[in-house]
Write a protein that binds this ligand. Structure first.
Ligand SMILES: [Zn+2]
Length: 276
């Protein structure tokens, strides 16, 4: 018997107890047996949770069309105990983000956001900043704002929320604040920038960041969430920022971000089409 079967049996033996109600975003959903779904969701107070929705594939009333990735829901659930799954009793749809689902670039961007969140969190874990940030990102993508800019702004805040804020305000070595007389490179292993005077020609594991990009990114780190989308990044800054954030993500998690490759393919196909 697989772990998941044991977990699921333990949940059904125990039955639903101490139900809570949480606003949540679905990060993963997979079929289990003939009628159940195993769902991973992210909520403000408990972070990431995985639960079983018994009979969800058949239930028209409690779950139909609700338990899909990226959906925002109000979920009635228990908390997992002793490494068992949570029990999902019912879900009420808050937002299905339909526009996000209908645009492949938006959907692929949301998928990168989803992969980063799953990589960075464990069960019952997640900073309280992460839920509003996820909701902000999916709402922004759904409302038609440029996906690249949303991804940049999400990731710069995400790294801070998980405790790995890249240090972009001053040079690691001379400690001088960023200023016009210098150019800068980001050193992924150290999570910080160096000015060109201090950088001893180190090229591996570094990405260039111009002053304009650094100013936009530090502003994004410092702004309250509701003012984030006012920030504008030039096309050059967007390219630099995406390259640095991708690089830093791979360094932090020590692996490739799978969904990023697909996003790159979609983006370059899109820009080729626009040129034609
Ligand atoms: Zn320096």
């Amino acid at each position: 018997m697989s772990d998941i079967h044991q977990l699921s049996k333990a949940v059904s033996d125990r039955g639903p107890k101490q139900q809570l109600e949480s606003a949540a975003i679905i990060l993963d959903c997979r079929e289990h047996g003939e009628s159940d779904l195993i769902v991973t969701f992210f909520c403000r107070h408990h972070g990431r949770l995985t639960g079983i929705a018994k009979g969800a594939k058949r239930s028209k009333k409690r779950f139909v069309n609700k338990l899909e990735i990226f959906t925002s829901l109000l979920i009635r659930h228990t908390l997992p105990k002793n490494s068992q799954l949570a029990f999902i009793a019912e879900a009420e749809l808050l937002e299905s983000f339909l526009a996000l689902r209908q645009d492949i670039l938006c959907y692929s961007t949301a998928n990168v956001i989803r992969e980063f969140t799953l990589l960075a969190t464990q069960e019952m874990e997640g900073d309280k900043e992460l839920y509003p940030l996820l909701l902000w990102a999916f709402t922004s993508l759904d409302s038609g704002r440029p996906p690249q800019a949303i991804l940049i702004l999400f990731l710069i805040r995400f790294f801070t929320a998980i405790g790995y804020s890249p240090q972009l305000h001053r040079c690691l070595d001379c400690n001088q604040e960023i200023h016009e007389a210098e150019t800068y490179t980001f050193h992924a292993a150290a999570g910080t920038i160096r000015c060109s005077s201090c950088n001893k020609g180190e090229k591996s594991n570094t990405t260039p960041l111009s002053l304009g990009t650094l100013k936009s990114l530090t502003a994004a780190q410092d702004q309250p969430l509701h003012r984030l989308q006012r920030l504008q990044l030039s096309p050059h800054s967007q390219q630099e920022a995406l390259s640095f954030l991708h690089h830093y993500g791979r360094q932090l998690f020590q692996r490739e971000i799978v969904s990023w490759s697909f996003l790159k393919t979609i983006s370059s196909a899109g820009s080729k089409n626009r040129q034609q």
